[in-house]
Design a protein around this ligand. Sequence first.
Ligand code: BES
Ligand code: MN
Ligand code: MN
Length: 447
Amino acid sequence: MQFDQDLALQELFAFLRMPSVSADSAYKAGMEQAAAFLQNKLQALGFAARIDPTDGHPVVYAERLTAPGKPTVMIYGHYDVQPEAPLEEWKTPPFEPTVVDGRIYARGSTDDKGQLYAHVKGIETLLQQQGELPVNIKILFEGEEEIGSPNLAKYLEANKDNLKADVILISDGSRFSEDVPSITYGLRGLSYIEVHVQGANRDLHSGAYGGAVPNPINALCEIVAQLKDDKGRVTIPGFYDGVQELTPEERDMWAGLPFDQEKWGLSIGIDQFPGEEGYTVLERIWARPTLDVNGIWGGYQGEGSKTVIAAKAGAKISMRLVPGQDPKRITELALKHIPTLAPEGTQVEAVEHHGGDPFVVDLNSPYVKAANRALQKVYNRDAVFIRTGGSIPIAATFTRIVGAPILFVDMGLDIDAPHSPNESFAVQDYLNGILTSAYVLDELGKL
Ligand code: BES
Ligand code: MN
Ligand code: MN
């Protein structure tokens, strides 16, 4: 499989320059630009491509059904990206892709524009090499993944008759490691909530009142400290009910993976690994539920000091879930439990944000075997089977409506730093991603 590498890079750079931040309405033009860019490119590749409005950001939908008797592959990706903040921590501008030491630095480079565009170029490569596609292809690129896909379920329901396919191909996560290709067979689910703590009716002088009044920030810290016990387990009653335990086979398989815990820690500057007792790092990330504060506020944050007891404080909390846990139920449990922890004199309220179902796919499918054959061609070795700790909230709904299993063939790496400042995607991973896409589609065409 051959393609023009320089052109592939230039096109991706143009796409990355479009600031498609779904969370912030100031970027609406960037969202529209990115959607139009994809529609134009797919039309140029002979797809019937549309921009379908939703109540939020539009869906780019395209199809090219020119392989009668062959499987239909639905390719999913998202063209929206996380906000670039904190801007001052970026070494190169987030929306001006810059190659340094073989890596493309830009917001969305790995999550998910780079991986999404590798599929577009993989399709183009097949068309150039073979004149026609080996499978029928439907493409759905959404613009709201990073905000929890609030409008996609409705879109899918409304269009379900046209979305049927045999398999869904998604590249929106990380491979196992630099030289080890992988097929991802599970995602964690998500329940995301926010906690608000109120004390007095105004900020108070911490000398005039301190010691005799409720302090919402102290209270919030007490609440958060109680949400996990000393064994690293979440204390919300009922949280673990129904959690599917790892099988011995799965634990053995993961124990056999070439995972270098120390090196993994060094890549993020840690050498201690706190977590739930009785589980390895990979088990904790891939198969155990957890709870983390993602943001916390209250009181004075400016330069110097200010002696003040804030009237309110708050926190944003994510709970990552595993098969057997229902995000709706977990959210309810948390919303009910957290206010019962309110220290004396504080009012505590917890509110729901968004969620997503946990997900595992069957490894014994011809699609997985086909993907492995494709990965062998690119990496000269067998793929390993992994899960991931991240979430793609729409995955469970998508698989139901499309009526097909998902094949997760990831191209990026966790060290690409998705969601962080200085997100990047290795040039080689992008080029291999294009090959991977072309070979996977080619192998699927042989089924
Ligand atoms: N691509 C990620 C999901 C992911 C992350 C897979 C890490 C594998 C490893 C996706 O774009 C994402 O960030 N999902 C969010 C969902 C949230 C915004 C509702 C997540 O997992 O936090
Ligand atoms: Mn993503
Ligand atoms: Mn993401």
